[in-house]
Write a protein that binds this ligand. Structure first.
Ligand SMILES: NC(=O)c1ccc[n+]([C@@H]2O[C@H](COP(=O)([O-])OP(=O)(O)OC[C@H]3O[C@@H](n4cnc5c(N)ncnc54)[C@H](O)[C@@H]3O)[C@@H](O)[C@H]2O)c1
Length: 252
């Protein structure tokens, strides 16, 4: 069997890069999609260095044309996307009453509508092919809320509800849809979000202290859950939401 094709948004760094490398190690051919082409190139090089196959796709998930063109390019060069992992995301910490509609729009465009765009572009071929895996990186913030992240949390909650609904709609087509929720994870996104807080060090310390395992997550903590949901063996698991956060969120 030819290796399946995975498209990972946000593959230029942080959790997305680790997901790309882990999927390649699991014998997937990986399209590394990101608005940051240079970072995506670096990820692709890491995959090639370990003997894997990678394609760089410059993609802005806030732009439907960019998403559609990127998916067409992957289909041309590697074949239709069989595994879609939505990792790209963005956040800025602020009290809700200090935010404005411009920021709300940006947070929703990236964190929620970006997932709608890639899913809309990739799902038809999965259904037609009778096999597919969609894994959405949401957040514990989308399950239990998180101070200073009201709109981001709402968008991530929307991703979780959307994933469950699509999981139901395509349940008989061989396509599964699941969400992975990191807790605070040591990436550029967390560092820059913390920088916007009054006392970044204190904020990061408080986040660590709230985690039962008393440490931040690492991207390598998150990737194995994605690899599982993208696997052949996860075929009977759909519409699920899993927290990978050192025990921070233990939802019933
Ligand atoms: N780091 C955390 O604490 C944490 C916690 C919970 C959830 N998450 C989620 O994990 C995912 C990955 O975050 P990360 O921490 O690795 O952050 P990161 O900043 O390291 O990576 C995010 C990637 O998304 C890309 N991106 C941003 N906007 C884009 C756009 N419009 N089009 C295409 N690509 C775009 C960036 O270029 C970057 O490569 C995000 O969805 C984030 O919300 C992170």
């Amino acid at each position: 069997m030819t290796s399946r094709v995975a498209l990972v948004t946000g593959g230029a760094g942080g959790i997305g890069r680790e997901v790309c490398v882990a999927l390649a190690a699991d014998d997937r051919r990986v399209a590394v999609a990101d608005i940051n082409t240079e970072g995506a190139e670096e990820t692709a090089e890491m995959i090639r260095a370990q003997g894997g196959e990678a394609l760089v796709v410059t993609m802005d998930i806030t732009d439907s044309d960019s998403v559609i063109q990127g998916c067409l390019m992957v289909a041309d060069e590697m074949g239709p996307v069989e595994i879609l992992v939505n990792v790209a995301g963005w956040d800025r910490f602020a009290k809700f009453l200090d935010t404005d509609e411009e920021l709300w729009d940006l947070l929703i465009e990236i964190n929620y509508k970006g997932v709608l765009r890639t899913t809309h572009a990739c799902l038809p071929a999965m259904v037609a092919g009778g096999w597919g895996r969609i894994v959405n990186i949401a957040s514990d913030a989308g399950r239990v809320g998180s101070s200073l992240e009201a709109v981001y949390s709402g968008a991530k909650g929307a991703v979780i509800a959307f994933s469950k609904t699509i999981a139901r709609e395509v349940a008989r087509s061989g396509v599964t849809v699941n969400s992975v929720c990191p807790g605070p994870t040591d990436t550029a996104l967390l560092a820059s979000a913390a920088d916007s807080a009054a006392n970044p060090e204190r904020m990061l310390g408080a986040l660590e202290g709230a985690v039962p395992m008393k440490r931040l997550g690492q991207p390598s903590d998150i990737a194995p859950a994605v690899v599982y949901f993208a696997s052949e063996g996860s075929a009977f698991t759909t519409g699920q939401t899993v927290s990978v956060s050192g025990g921070l969120t233990m939802a019933g």
